[in-house]
Design a protein around this ligand. Sequence first.
Ligand code: SF4
Length: 191
Amino acid sequence: MAAPDRAVSEGPGPITRAEVLPPLVNLRPLNWFFDVNRAMSLWPVTFGLACCAIEMMAVSMSRFDIARFGAEVFRPSIRQADLMMVTGTVSRKMAPALVRLYEQMPAPKFVMACGNCAISGGPFKFEGQYGIVEGVDRLVPVDVYVPGCPPRPEAILEGVFAIQEKILGVRVWPRPKEMPSQPASPKATKA
Ligand code: SF4
């Protein structure tokens, strides 16, 4: 009989981060050149698990247009992708497939947990539940967490920026301006 899959039993924690061998020629400008290219051409895998995946689709369309930031080439093969956006609820049945896909990605590779379900189980986390993995970080190492139920497409873009910042060590895009504070409504002032 086959041994139970570790991803289903959620045994000894997430698999370790994939090691990247040091380059044969370790020249700082050359590494920087590769890092810039890597950060500006992230290839996400076409992979959605539940409603949050609709936001991921929205991010690739004309209004939010992830192509502006170089990450529009969604790959149907995990072997050609370096970014896994976990968008949706991770069921225990799906867990072994998710781990296998992660292991098949070439390094360096990045994981974004999009939405409350992927971060912690979201609305499906309650005492006695038995079908949901309460956070994808129990299975694979997560680089960026994007909260929300679902997160807005702008938030997913911020997640992409955070991964680019992680690769390069600096933020490339300007930070969004803070929203001006709303004046208190007259009703609230009276009360
Ligand atoms: S976080 Fe909310 S929107 Fe996203 S998959 Fe879970 S229930 Fe759906």
